[in-house]
Design a protein around this ligand. Structure first.
Ligand code: SAH
Length: 215
């Protein structure tokens, strides 16, 4: 299952060109997407879907994000090598690996027990090592490891959780889709004098849910 052939690499190159055509300009981000074998995150029988620019079910009612959305959020975060990042919503770990490809130190949290267990086992086997995998409710952030340079939320949040803003470094930024059915992509910059908020279009995510789930 975990072989990355010329065929996979070719499909990935095509996908990256598709994403570039949709407006992603940051070459480092595009290169990171070209590097991460998305088919590793899916059942082998779904290989033909791995390199389509679409979200895909990964179990427990969750999805692996659409590659364009992963690229868009990553580009907004302006990742620099060594950035300390909190990712809320580990899911398949695909976005986690894109951040690691960019040299980030990633602390990731997931509320679904079986996704947490599965991804914690798989990522290191693929050669990707986040600084920490946590099982818990991301609404609370990850206070033991705070503060963070950047925070990335990969599920739709009905509001912006205060705990996350508290755990953001001054000079840091957070990217979070906010809204119930459809979300507005927000980028928040934390300055000495307060929070500066920007809006970057509409998206549709699975919801950010409260409390851990053991199913
Ligand atoms: N980044 C993931 C996207 C997965 S979808 C990927 O590339 O595959 C969003 C994920 O957020 C789901 O796995 C969901 O279970 C998780 N999630 C939802 N609410 C959460 C919360 N409060 N804390 C942590 N994770 C949460």
């Amino acid at each position: 299952m975990n072989t990355d052939t010329y065929r996979h690499k070719g499909l990935r190159k095509q996908l990256v060109e598709e994403i570039r055509a949709k407006g992603i300009r940051d070459e480092k981000v595009l290169k990171a997407l070209e590097a991460v074998p998305r088919h590793f995150f899916m059942d082998s029988s779904f290989l033909e879907f791995a390199y389509e620019d679409k979200p895909f079910p990964i179990g427990s009612g969750q999805t692996i994000s659409q590659p364009y959305t992963v690229a868009f959020q990553t580009e907004l975060l302006e990742i620099k090598k060594g950035d300390k990042i909190l990712e809320v919503g580990t899911g398949s770990g695909y976005q986690t690996c894109v951040l690691i490809e960019l040299g980030a130190r990633v602390y990731t949290i997931e509320r679904q027990k079986n996704l947490f267990l599965k991804t914690r086992e798989l990522l290191p086997a693929f050669g990707y090592k986040p600084k920490n995998f946590s099982f818990g409710d991301g609404y609370k952030g990850l206070p033991v490891f705070a503060p963070f340079d950047k925070i990335l939320v990969t599920a739709g949040a009905p509001f912006i959780p205060d705990a996350m803003l508290d755990q953001l470094q001054i000079g840091g930024m957070m990217v979070i889709p906010v809204g119930e059915d459809i979300q507005v992509m927000k980028r928040l910059l934390k300055t000495k004098s307060g929070i500066v908020e920007e809006e970057h279009g509409s998206f549709r995510f699975v919801p950010l849910l409260e409390k851990k789930a053991n199913d």
